[in-house]
Design a protein around this ligand. Sequence first.
Ligand code: AMP
Length: 281
Amino acid sequence: MEIVSTIAAARERRSADREAGRSVALVPTMGYLHEGHLSLVRRAREIGDSVWVSVFVNPAQFGPGEDLERYPRDLERDAALLEAEGVDVVFAPPAEDMYPRPSVVTIRFSGLEDRLCGATRPGHFSGVGLVVAKLFNIVDPAVAVFGQKDAQQALLIRRLAAELDFPVQIEVSPTVREADGLAMSSRNVYLSAAERQAAPVLHRALVAAHDAVAEGENDPLVVEGQMREMIEAEPLASLEYAVCVGLEDLERPSRIDRTVLLATAVRFGSTRLIDNLLVER
Ligand code: AMP
């Protein structure tokens, strides 16, 4: 496994893959890896000849007052985990290499970036779009693998790739959970013992709402109310949103007559957790 830490070195390594006729599968991450990330790596291993994982805590997607400085980092541990998965290349550039000066290019996702997580994280998805576009240009992957855990991000990346004609196939992999249902996240390490115990309420509320829809409930307001009620009953949880929306527009339909996304964001102290489930119709 090769660790490359500059854009120039990444391009050089990419040329070697190209000359050898190896297709590249890329897994973009912010590091501090867990089983969720590793499931994407395994998916990439199945698809690509050469598996690249980027490890970059992207300053552009953090707002003022968010957790950029305290975001957990451990490249040595990440590299050991990735080596054990048979990864070919880890691309871990410093922020100065990715952003040598303040960027004047902005990517906007009209009508989609202000919904769900975007409502409380203005500029977040612009930052995600910018870094992913840069990674696609640097690594030129045939396939890029993202997690369903970040459902809104996956949707926007699909649109980014399609509309800017990146020749990349976007793969979305299922959410990996702890035994009690909590979606794995690098941010789970912030939780106190009591918060960790309370955190599976996101998944429980989503499952209850999922079951209600699967059993025929077709009023999204009823479904949202049910999720809200369950989450608000947990004293340590502070609900940000709990929604039942369409997959493409992230808008609440007047009735549930097609596949919907149930999604929630909840704060436990200063830690913000998200989760979602699809209900197929
Ligand atoms: P992050 O390092 O949090 O930016 O995540 C990198 C990638 O891993 C994103 O595509 C996430 O959606 C995905 N991911 C994060 N947590 C999970 C999880 N629990 N299961 C599956 N994928 C995940």
